[in-house]
Design a binder for this molecule. Sequence first.
Ligand code: ADP
Ligand code: MG
Length: 408
Amino acid sequence: MTREDSTERENSTEGSESVHGEQIVLDGVTKRYPGTSSAAVDNVEMTIPAGEIVMLVGPSGCGKTTTMKMINRLIEPTEGRILIGDEDVTDKDPDELRRHVGYVIQGAGLFPHYTVGDNIALVPRLLKWDKKRVEDRVNEMLDLVSLDPDTYKNRYPRELSGGQQQRVGVARALAADPPVLLMDEPFGAVDPITRQRLQDELLRLQVELRKTIVFVTHDFDEAVKLGDRIAILDVGSEIVQYDTPEQILTNPASDFVRGFVGAGSALKQLNLTRVRDVKLDEAAYAHIGDDPSAALAKAEELGRSHIMILDDKHRPQRWVSIEDVNSGGIEKVSRDHELEVLSMTSTLNDALDTMLTSRHRVVVVTGAKNRYEGVVRTETIMDAMQAIQQGEVGASETTVEDIEEDAR
Ligand code: ADP
Ligand code: MG
């Protein structure tokens, strides 16, 4: 899911409370480490929009960590400027910058001799918040990352699983409510299932928080899943392509990018394409109690063995075979509680999954108020994949409102 639509809308109403992030601008940023011949980061120009997740992907040693550390001034640039909001970070006092930029690293980087609570309280205490406020904030942050405060705040990091430590790392980074969050391969050290959960949780948090997040990963799937935008970097943090996941998958800028996208790109694209982006197929259908002859003729025309029965509100009830219609009619058709239904925001990957487990090799799609909209068949997906590869179908952006609309 990308959040571009809503970000754009919110950016246009500057000052609205729903975007908490600030824009980051890298302006001709260069880092030369002493005693090295080439720059680790070479003249990077990049704008990271407020409230978006931007993923930095590139080979080891290309300068990702150096770039991140210049944003929070753990490393000073040799040349260039970095702006957060309207302010040059080099003009900010370091405490103020800490309040502005949260930092999460691989393995969470928690202090082993501090309790979970003390780790989270670190920046608030540096900022000299009073005791009560710090305590409340620690509880709030643990709740936010789905860890029970009473159970966990007095534990030490070694008493937590890797995934739990990573959650505490996120809680610590968010404690002072910074508009910017830097995440450097934060989920690199946890098992795949835990990683997937942490990713889902970050996306859930981001709907509420709308931070500006710069996220380094070497996992392209992670970049596609989390990123509003992806920057593919080469040596010296050279930006080879900086675009939405959809664009990078559909139009990789070079062989280098194609290498990252990998052979599974058409399959990956299925995760980005929504049912409403493709032309739905039709089925023969009739309403309960109708004369079925028109539907039977339609089924014959389409070469189908079943017709879809809808209720009086146009909601799908059950597939009934032509033989059963001929012998029993459609006066009394009950709802099939196992009928698989897709919504317009389901992905084509969801559709494929559903179809593979369905008895009918065809899945019904419903729109607003669960009304019948059409069907997805294997052919629908094949056609969509072909269109994707020819660049005809772009994945559309899905907003939170779409999902809520769908749920109604
Ligand atoms: P990435 O995070 O993409 O793997 P880094 O930013 O860590 O890359 O490193 C970029 C380049 O800078 C590499 O060639 C690395 O060897 C070099 N480098 C990183 N830190 C230092 C340092 N403190 N001193 C000298 N060279 C460094
Ligand atoms: Mg690194």
